[in-house]
Ligand binder design. Structure first.
Ligand code: TNX
Length: 594
């Protein structure tokens, strides 16, 4: 019987800029494995660690522990060069062209804690000397046309090229987003110990060769339901870190449902204060202030993740009716709801007050949200049928258009008239839906979240302690083995905008439980969204994925030890000492994996 491991004691998000050596007292120790474990507390201690690592490295020069192709999601093109491994000495600088500055700081923040290396960031467009990590944002990269990198590949808005040679590492992209994804790849090419947040002794060798990479789909997402159970801002930021690690670029927040309304709306204060005060099972719930929400979208944007806010309408609205009974068909406030049934509540589609409410809420959300999307729900409105339903959706679509945003809705909105750019989110469990195919013919595009493959709230196996099974059991192979391009009958591949893995949270109550449902299925869906179909291969994927177990363990990420994945026998945890960066938020280093 799998168990969900203990909550990491400190599980905040990764800071964008983690300072280098900090001024807290040192806690130098030696672990039972005989490795030196140092905090990044004192330059002298970091120097010692570096000297030890270099001395150890000089004794033998084994090949890089990670192969160039061991990346998730699989890159488009990988050309290994066994003679070109590069080992960090600690003396490297990160050289970056001005547009890539923030990404360079992010790379430094990822590498400094475990390596103890200072990794100063230098802003320069000039080519770097040997031994540098060079990041370049260049328009020439679309199509790529930079010296040795010339091969005519158009890296587009999110692609990158990474070259590891005996001289150093170079990442080139046309945009900061592409550079950021190159950094995520670089991170995976270092030994798993790089995920520790305190210095460890390790030979930091990168496998030689080149990767040229860009995504299959522009929309690669995950959804977090913060309505059934509320999750505070640090939990959401940590989920954003998880998305970014796997090159996902959209976070859909399911902000409202029967059990809770989670976003403050200035003109309608009781939505959050009354409507937010509860959750499934009767807990206290909560809501995001507009500042909380701004913090989430800013943190996401810094990691090239677009937030897609959802206000679920016209059903799934009990919490709104508790707060404002004038929206209810009978104008009577229902009791707060803490159960898990669906389909019983709705705002009155025949009342003008309802459209005032919708317009105010969506205008506020549009103003707070930098991304192009507003998600209007539309699922399971069992009591609003036929013309009442399509008429409602069409009015709401027009309200969204008036805010300047593009509408997204669950695929039930298909029968409503087309409006510019609209996107349907497919969550069916078959592959056949004439109404959806017809909406696509009228111009809609699809984001694919098939319930029987992409739903992260489904159990892995009958004995999974949390989750649902109405769409079946979803083990890692099932999460991986489907093709977004051909999944829905009579929908051409060009109509598919991308994929999204939703996590509904009726039974999910904490960050470790979120992570347990995400890992290892989120990387599977990420690979479907990013990697070319030609790389799709279950046996290769499970091998690559296995190498991520030690990374999650080191980062304090809870995960399900899925039996179909050949995890390394020993979790890579012996380096650990007590966390020594108490003043900074960050993943806990002492957590044990599942
Ligand atoms: C269906 S999927 C729902 C949600 C539930 C979910 C549970 C969809 C658009 N609606 O309200 O939380 O099933 O798996």
């Amino acid at each position: 019987m799998p168990t969900i491991p203990a909550t990491p004691s400190e599980t905040g998000p990764e800071p964008l800029d983690r300072p280098g050596p900090a001024a807290s007292p040192p806690a130098v120790g030696s672990t039972s494995a005989g490795e030196i474990a140092l905090p990044d507390a004192q330059p002298a201690a970091a120097d010692l660690a570096r000297a030890a690592a270099t001395a150890a490295g000089n004794l033998i020069a084994p090949p890089a522990p990670v192969r160039l192709g061991d990346v998730v999601p699989a890159p488009e093109r990988v050309t290994p060069d066994a003679a070109a491994d590069f080992t960090l000495t600690g003396d490297e600088a990160i050289r970056v062209s001005p547009a890539g500055r923030a990404v360079a700081e992010q790379l430094a923040a990822l590498l400094r804690p475990a390596t103890g290396h200072p990794l100063p960031v230098t802003e320069t467009a000039a080519p770097g000397p040997a031994g540098a990590l060079t990041l370049t944002v260049s328009d020439a990269a679309r199509p790529l046309d930079t010296g040795a990198a010339t091969d005519g590949t158009d890296l587009g808005d999110e692609g990158y090229r990474l070259d590891v040679t005996t001289d150093g590492v170079r990442i080139t992209a046309a945009t900061p987003a592409g550079l950021f994804y190159g950094v995520q790849t670089l991170r995976q090419l270092l030994p798993a110990a790089v995920e520790h947040r305190t210095p460890v002794t390790e030979r930091w060798t990168l496998p030689g060769g080149s990767i040229v990479d860009r995504p299959r789909y522009p929309y690669r997402g995950a959804m977090l339901d913060v309505a059934r159970h509320f999750f505070a801002v640090p939990d959401v930021l940590r989920v954003i870190d998880h998305l970014a690690r796997y090159k996902l670029n959209h976070l859909h927040l399911h902000l409202t449902d029967d059990q809770g309304w989670r976003i403050a709306v200035p003109g309608w204060p009781r939505l959050a204060t009354l409507g937010g005060a509860g959750e499934v099972g009767g807990g206290p719930g909560g809501h995001y202030t507009t500042d909380d929400y701004r913090r989430i979208v800013r943190y996401a944007a810094d990691r090239h993740v677009t937030v897609v806010p959802e206000i679920d309408l016209p059903g799934h609205t009990n919490a709104a009716l508790v707060a404002y009974p004038e929206l209810a068909p009978d104008r009577v406030a229902p009791p707060p709801y803490t159960g898990t049934e669906v389909g019983f509540s709705y705002v009155d589609p025949a009342s003008e007050r309802t459209y005032d409410f919708v317009a105010d809420v969506l205008a506020e959300l549009a103003a707070l949200t930098p991304g192009p999307w507003l998600h209007i729900g539309g699922d399971e409105a069992f009591k609003v049928k036929g013309a009442a339903y399509t008429g409602f959706v069409e009015r709401v679509q027009a309200i969204v258009a008036a805010t300047g945003k593009t509408v997204v809705g669950w695929h039930q909105i298909a029968p409503a008239a087309h409006t510019d750019g609209r996107v349907l989110q497919w969550w069916g469990t078959g592959g056949d839906d004439p109404a959806t195919a017809e909406a696509v013919r009228r111009g809609a595009r699809l984001v694919l979240s098939p319930g029987n493959h992409a739903y992260l709230d489904m159990k892995y196996a009958p004995d999974t302690p949390i989750g649902h099974d109405w769409a079946g059991l979803i083990d890692v192979r099932r999460a991986y083995d489907w093709d977004p391009a051909t999944h829905v009958t009579d929908v051409p591949p060009e109509a598919v905008l991308g994929v999204e893995a939703p996590l509904w949270t009726e039974s999910v109550t904490s960050l470790p439980e979120i992570e347990f449902m995400l890992f290892p299925r989120l990387p599977a869906v990420a690979e479907l969204g990013w990697s070319p179909r030609s790389t799709h291969d279950w046996s290769g994927f499970r091998e690559r994925l296995a190498g991520h177990g030690p990374r999650w363990a080191a980062a304090g990420i809870t995960f399900h030890r899925a039996p179909e994945v050949p995890w390394p026998a020993e979790p890579d945890t012996p380096h650990l000492t007590t966390p020594t960066i108490p003043t900074q938020p960050g993943p806990d280093t002492a957590a044990q994996p599942a």
